[in-house]
Design a protein around this ligand. Structure first.
Ligand SMILES: Cc1cc2nc3c(=O)[nH]c(=O)nc-3n(C[C@H](O)[C@H](O)[C@H](O)COP(=O)(O)OP(=O)(O)OC[C@H]3O[C@@H](n4cnc5c(N)ncnc54)[C@H](O)[C@@H]3O)c2cc1C
Length: 497
């Protein structure tokens, strides 16, 4: 078998893997990535060609990203998880919508279930590094004073919903080249065209745009990690023709919340690893949209990025018999969408005021997008035996009636504040978005903990894990900023070791 040798082998070239790698010495590491080495402009061309043939957005996107490798397929993971799952270079990080705040103080303080091993204060310096790297403001109070890429037009939105909703700040997807960090290879600036998974300007903050080129071996599907006692001695991967071994002194697994536990389960793990917790407590976010109207023209389209206003009144903990569910709610600034507009164009509007009323109805219509925490208590888990990726999540159905009650509560809050609720879209009733996969190699102050405080997998002397799988609980907030912050922490530790 062909053998390579590096000090550190990193598995996965998404944000987590590359963030850690950026702290290491060039030449000391290799990143093994199962996605093929395809230029993003090719992806855009494939997408455009599919659109020209009349294909719908999501189908065109799937076709554009499709791999020629049978092991890199788009799979639906379960009955309730409605997203497809893609293995491409840079992973899910290509898709992220840039909506990523710091986790709330309540999540760091909570002693329920799977308590955090770090405090918010301990996370602070790493959050700052991650915000700079991803070019976002993760703390609403930092608002427009953020160091990188202030959002033009943000001030207009701060009070746009007054007097109905509290003044708030914008969260925004980073606009790659439109930043002050001259060393990055970012592409064009965001034109705010809407569909951004395959951005025509290539403005999306995907890993290839946020990191300098690195030593990445594509088309390298890692099959297992080899151990001698509690030490990893090498990694075996398949390149489509042969298996190859990489000897190393340490391994970093950054293969996302589904593939990280699956890869560990394929390896002969040392006896000290807490395998009972492996793949369990998989948490994600379910979704809800609330179509709203206020008697006021909103400045929609005034900012050329995917920026959204946090609705503070609806972003909080809700008590349920299963535990507290955290939610985060964003008022979207890029127009209300056709469903909300259709609701706003009810015949009674037209009858009452004719064209002027229609204009007013449209101008004050907006959509609130809500993420609802899917609790660890329902114990969704990654199948560790199946050939393709599968999540067992029947327990999710217990959450649906509670999400219904939370939705009603939110609508009542909005009504009290003079916001007309035109309708709700309760996507959570059919399932949740499989985007985040938090908690599957849990790092918590609990018996389910699998990690050491230095980012090492417990029971091993030299295997480290980065990515959402180590996050014990993310609450109602998407995890990317936090997983990058943790990867910055781990990167500093490995560089110093
Ligand atoms: C549609 C969508 C929208 C999202 N929006 C947001 C958002 O708005 N905000 C937010 O915070 N988060 C969002 N996310 C989540 C975000 O994308 C992830 O949290 C983040 O990208 C995870 O980064 P990662 O590096 O841990 O994993 P990934 O980016 O998935 O990287 C893992 C890499 O490992 C590789 N890999 C896996 N197994 C192997 C193997 N056996 N051998 C070799 N390589 C392997 C994969 O190919 C992949 O490149 C979204 C995700 C999706 C899908």
């Amino acid at each position: 078998m062909q053998t390579l040798r590096y000090q550190t082998v990193i598995i996965g070239s998404g944000f987590a893997g590359r963030t850690v790698a950026s702290h290491l010495q060039e030449g000391s590491f290799i990143i093994l990535e199962r996605g093929e080495d395809r230029d993003h402009s090719e992806t855009i061309k494939r997408y455009q060609a599919a659109k020209d043939r009349g294909m719908r957005d999501f189908d065109a996107e799937a076709l554009a990203f499709r791999s020629d490798r049978p092991w890199n397929r788009f799979d639906r993971l379960s009955e309730f998880c409605y997203s497809q799952f893609a293995m491409v270079r840079g992973g899910a990080s290509n898709w992220w919508g840039g909506k990523s705040s710091r986790f709330s103080p309540e999540i760091f303080r909570s002693q329920e279930g799977l308590p955090w091993p770090l405090t918010l204060d301990e996370m602070e310096p790493f959050y700052r590094l991650a915000e700079r790297r991803l070019n976002i403001a993760g703390d609403p109070l930092l608002g427009q004073s953020r160091e990188a890429a202030p959002i033009e037009g943000a001030a207009v939105w701060r009070t746009a919903f007054a007097p109905h909703l509290q003044p708030s700040h914008l969260y925004a997807v980073a606009v790659s080249k439109n930043n002050s960090l001259g060393t990055l290879t970012g592409q064009g600036a965001c034109q705010g065209r809407g569909h951004c998974a395959v951005c025509k300007e290539d403005a999306k903050a995907r890993p290839d745009n946020r990191f300098m080129p690195m030593n990445i071996l594509h088309d390298a599907y890692v099959l297992e990690i080899e151990f001698d006692g509690d030490s990893a001695t090498g990694v075996i991967f398949f390149d489509g023709k042969q298996t190859i071994r990489v000897e190393c002194e340490r391994v970093l697994i950054a293969a996302n919340g589904v593939e990280t536990p699956r890869l560990l389960a394929r390896s002969e793990l040392p006896s000290g690893v807490n395998v009972g917790a492996l793949g369990h407590f998989c948490q994600d976010h379910a979704h809800l949209e609330i179509d709203c109207w206020i008697p006021k023209a909103l400045p929609q389209g005034a900012i050329g990025a995917l920026s959204h206003v946090q609705v503070q009144e609806l972003s909080r903990m809700y008590a349920t018999p299963l535990g507290e569910v955290e939610t985060s709610a964003l008022a979207l600034t890029h127009g209300p969408g056709h469903r909300a507009l259709a609701q706003a164009l009810q015949p009674h509007w037209v009858k009452r005021g004719g064209a002027a009323a229609i204009r007013q109805g449209l101008a004050g219509t907006f959509k609130i997008f809500v993420e609802l925490e899917t609790l660890a208590q329902v114990d969704a888990r990654v199948d560790l035996e199946s050939e393709i990726a599968v999540i067992h999540d029947k327990g999710y159905s217990q959450l649906i009636p509670h999400f219904d009650r939370i939705t009603d509560d939110m609508c009542a809050t909005l009504a009290r504040q003079g916001v007309t609720v035109l309708g709700t879209h309760r996507f959570f009733r059919s399932g949740y978005g499989g985007h985040h996969f938090v908690g599957t190699t849990n790092w918590s102050r609990s018996p389910h903990n699998m990690m050491e405080d230095d980012g090492r997998l417990g029971g091993t002397s030299n295997v480290y894990v980065a990515g959402s799988s180590v996050i014990p609980r993310s609450g109602g907030v998407a995890p990317t900023l936090t997983l990058v912050a943790l990867a910055e922490r781990l990167g500093q530790h490995l560089a110093a070791a």
